[in-house]
Write a protein that binds this ligand. Structure first.
Ligand SMILES: *Cc1c(COP(=O)(O)O)cnc(C)c1O
Length: 450
């Protein structure tokens, strides 16, 4: 019998075969990968022939041709899902992004005077209108805003902060670490669960540059706890002549009727905070950005920090942010996907779940039920809130729910749900009506051949 190793086609032969059908770099890489794999498997006795090698190569070419960054159907129910891209933008914001992205623009050009302008000026007036602050600045993200504030106002000086607020948000962002990186000296007060005004009072002194309050965002404490309000801290800050900076986290701009877990940036300002920062892509519902609002003299100092150059926002971000801020100013909140999803009624979710379950019924082996559940908004917002929601629960006669979940993730488009015991839940809070057909297509594809 002929050695199957000798039957593995030459790379040049594979290139010829796919010439004109696919771009050569993908063919080359797929050919190399698959022939190597076949060679190895034949040598190890795990494969007896080269049958199917061209099909395998073509499959790999198709994979390589797909964009790495892909649209995903978020059926996790977590509205602000950092892993899945956080806030989906309103469609209407895209028109401005495209206009600005593919053309030249007045990004840093004052059309009236014909001279250099400032890129942040495009969104500043909206932020002042929405928060009542004296001045505003936009940077790359809220982590950047925290870094800029601490580095500008507290480099080599003391920052007073409650031990209960030395939080970690999303893995790589830890308040103590960012303080150190900014060059600020941490002066912790109180304990993890209780911090009183007197704790701050006895810590604040000559060497204090800043009092900082951080929103806990991704967890909450119950039971024997105590914290000092923004109002009380603002009075103390004023009395001792030290600014108060609040990291609000979520960037909420208007009351969306979800309870008291979050204050708007404007409420921080009116409670007396000298500077407040938040994210652009959490409850603000816009692009990744860090928003800073507050006292004019302090924002001016931030503007003069050379670090700002490294934290500045891109024109596409500014375009998206301007479009979304305009929706806030005009109170068209239902057009902002994050806010719409968070406030959608149970009845709407139930109707959507019924529609999806009707579409999925009849797929062989699949059991489909509509179930009531509850979910958290996620991503550093309303940590105390769980929202009632409605899910489509899937289970399969022959396939485990883990396997079903894996296949749906690898389907086209990928669908990400959440597992609960032996079912896969597709949460309707984060799936739109327009996506139901996509879910159907993905489920069909995932179960092909079963
Ligand atoms: C999310 C969050 C951050 C980080 O914001 P990014 O925009 O993701 O950089 C910082 N502080 C708090 C309190 C947060 O909730």
């Amino acid at each position: 019998m002929e050695d199957p190793l000798r039957k593995i086609p030459q790379i040049s032969k594979i290139l010829n075969r796919f010439a004109g059908l696919y771009p050569e770099p993908y063919v080359k890489r797929a050919a190399r990968e698959i022939t190597e794999r076949y060679r190895k498997e034949i040598r190890e006795g795990r494969r007896g022939s080269v049958e199917g090698i061209y099909e395998e190569i073509e499959k790999r070419i198709e994979e390589l041709r797909r964009m790495s960054l892909r649209r995903v159907v978020n059926a996790t129910g977590v509205v602000i899902n950092t892993n899945l891209g956080r806030a989906p933008l309103p469609h209407s914001a895209l028109a401005l992004v495209e206009e600005i992205a593919v053309h030249y623009s007045n990004l840093e050009y004052d059309l009236r005077s014909g001279s250099r302008g400032s890129r942040e000026a495009h969104v500043e007036s909206y932020l002042l209108e929405l928060t009542g602050a004296e001045s505003a600045l936009v940077v790359n993200n809220n982590a950047g805003a925290v870094l800029l504030v601490l580095n500008t106002l507290a480099k080599e000086r003391e920052v007073v902060i409650s031990r209960g607020e030395l939080v970690e948000i999303g893995g790589s962002f830890r308040i103590p670490d960012i303080m150190r990186t900014a060059g600020a000296l941490l002066r912790e007060v109180g304990t993890t669960n209780r911090t009183r005004l007197s704790d701050y009072e006895s810590a604040v002194g000559e060497s204090t540059a800043l009092i900082v309050k951080v929103h806990r965002s991704n967890f909450y404490m119950g039971g024997f706890t105590e914290e000092v309000s923004v109002e009380e801290l603002a009075q103390l800050a004023e009395r001792v002549g030290v600014p108060l900076y609040c990291d609000a986290g979520s960037g909420l701009l208007r009351d969306v009727g979800l309870g008291s877990g979050e204050r708007t940036l404007g409420e921080y300002v009116s409670a007396g905070a000298d500077l407040v920062s938040g994210s652009g892509d959490k409850l603000l519902g816009g692009p990744q950005a860090g928003i800073v609002v507050g006292r004019r003299d302090l924002v001016e100092r931030l503007r003069r920090n050379p670090l700002l150059r490294a934290l500045r926002v891109d024109k596409m971000t500014l375009a998206a942010l301007e479009a979304v801020l305009r929706l806030h100013v005009e109170n068209r909140l239902e057009e902002i996907p994050v806010i719409r999803m968070l406030t959608e009624s149970e009845e709407t979710l139930r109707r959507r779940a019924r529609r999806l379950s009707k579409l999925l019924k009849g797929i062989a082996g699949l059991e489909v039920r509509v179930v009531k559940e509850s979910a958290r908004p996620g991503g550093g917002a309303f940590p105390e809130l769980t929202l009632p929601t409605c899910c489509v629960a899937l289970s399969h006669r022959e396939i485990s729910s883990e396997e079903l979940s894996r296949r749906l993730r690898l389907s086209d488009p990928p669908v990400v749900g959440r597992l609960k015991r032996d079912t896969l839940l597709l949460d309707m809070r984060t799936v739109s009506d327009g996506e139901l057909e996509l879910v159907l297509r993905a489920v069909r594809k995932a179960l092909q051949g079963e």
